[in-house]
Design a protein around this ligand. Structure first.
Ligand SMILES: NC(=O)c1ccc[n+]([C@@H]2O[C@H](COP(=O)([O-])OP(=O)(O)OC[C@H]3O[C@@H](n4cnc5c(N)ncnc54)[C@H](O)[C@@H]3O)[C@@H](O)[C@H]2O)c1
Length: 304
């Protein structure tokens, strides 16, 4: 059992990460500006943008592990310069406090958007499915902040890798448990609407992950971090695409830039490969949309 700080523990993903870690027997602390009733963690109110406040909170808890999720999590939620400044500042603040308080390992949430899909000036993959070695090409402030955050972690590996384990994961479009039954997803529509109107899911290349599976990935990383190369990056997604029918058919219909490589996808397979997480950590998402989705009536306007 470890003492674990989850930053952003009250968030969409954080809640399931906290639950998975508590279920695995860890002592969990949520460092967040928000509090959430019923969270299986001691909730510490802290503005992580304030380095002194952050340092004091870490000194009190002295966690063995930090899972850093707190961020502006939606591209376009703020102007690009603000998202970049806030997200990178949060990493500096949390990293410094973790180092000072003797933390042994730190896992950072990045994003698949670093890859560059959706760029207004055009983007095409080098190969499919996309793996962690595929080049990144951020085109907005959110994705640029995530590339910078990943680079700060790689810098920390070079500076402190002899005494601390670091990791990066790129969760796909996170679907919280209640969203299968019709609660709005991060983009405001429901999962059923996302399936019914493929253009909604195509913008994320049909990727998704159940938040509980992502939480279990975090638990698997904590258990195995010392046995994998320091600073390893992982895509964390469901093995299938969030699309009705074969992925290659959906890709050809809605993602012309990927169409020439669509033959490299088999059946319902995801455009993103999470094979590294399975190979190195024994983790594989098990909650698939075809099993999870409680088909709720889809409003007419979503199908037009
Ligand atoms: N939701 C997704 O689909 C998705 C996909 C890929 C990556 N991610 C990444 O995963 C992480 C979590 O995403 P989420 O969807 O749970 O986001 P969220 O917005 O639901 O949660 C973020 C949490 O961080 C907290 N926070 C933000 N700024 C803070 C500050 N200064 N001090 C203290 N707490 C602060 C917020 O209060 C919130 O509870 C983010 O880093 C996000 O970029 C999310």
């Amino acid at each position: 059992m470890s003492r674990i700080v989850v930053t952003g523990g009250a968030g969409r993903l954080g809640r399931s990460v906290v639950t998975a870690l508590a279920d695995a027997g860890h002592e969990v602390f949520s460092f967040d500006r928000e509090k959430l009733e019923g969270l299986a963690a001691e909730q510490v109110s802290v503005d992580l943008l304030d380095p002194d406040e952050t340092r004091r909170a870490f000194e009190r808890i002295r966690p063995a592990v930090v899972v850093h999720l707190a961020a502006i999590a939606v591209p376009g939620a703020l102007p690009d310069p603000d998202i970049f400044r806030i997200n990178t500042q949060l990493v500096w603040s949390v990293l410094a406090a973790a180092l000072d308080s003797g933390t042994g390992s730190l896992l950072l949430a990045s994003s698949p958007t670093v890859i560059g899909y959706g760029s207004p000036s055009g983007w095409a993959p080098e190969r499919l499915p996309l793996d962690e070695d595929h080049p990144v090409a951020p085109w907005n402030g959110y994705a640029a902040s995530k590339v910078a955050m990943e680079q700060i972690v790689q810098m920390a590996v070079r500076q402190h890798g002899d005494r601390m384990s670091f990791g990066v994961f790129r969760p796909c479009y996170v679907i919280a448990p209640e969203e299968w039954a019709g609660a709005p997803t991060q983009q405001g529509h429901t999962v059923a609407e996302r399936i019914a109107d493929p253009t909604l899911s195509a913008v994320a290349l049909f990727n998704y992950v159940d938040a509980r599976d992502a939480g279990e990935f975090v638990a698997a990383w904590i258990a195995g971090a010392s046995d994998v190369p320091n600073g390893s990056t992982f895509f964390v997604g469901a093995p299938d695409a969030l699309a009705d029918g074969d992925t290659a058919v959906a890709v050809r219909a809605h993602l012309p830039a990927l169409a020439p490589l669509s033959h490299q996808l088999t059946g319902t397979e995801s455009v993103f490969s999470s094979a590294r997480a399975e190979r190195l950590l024994g983790w594989r998402a098990t909650r698939l949309w075809r099993d999870q989705l409680t088909r709720t009536p889809v409003p007419q306007e979503a199908t037009r």
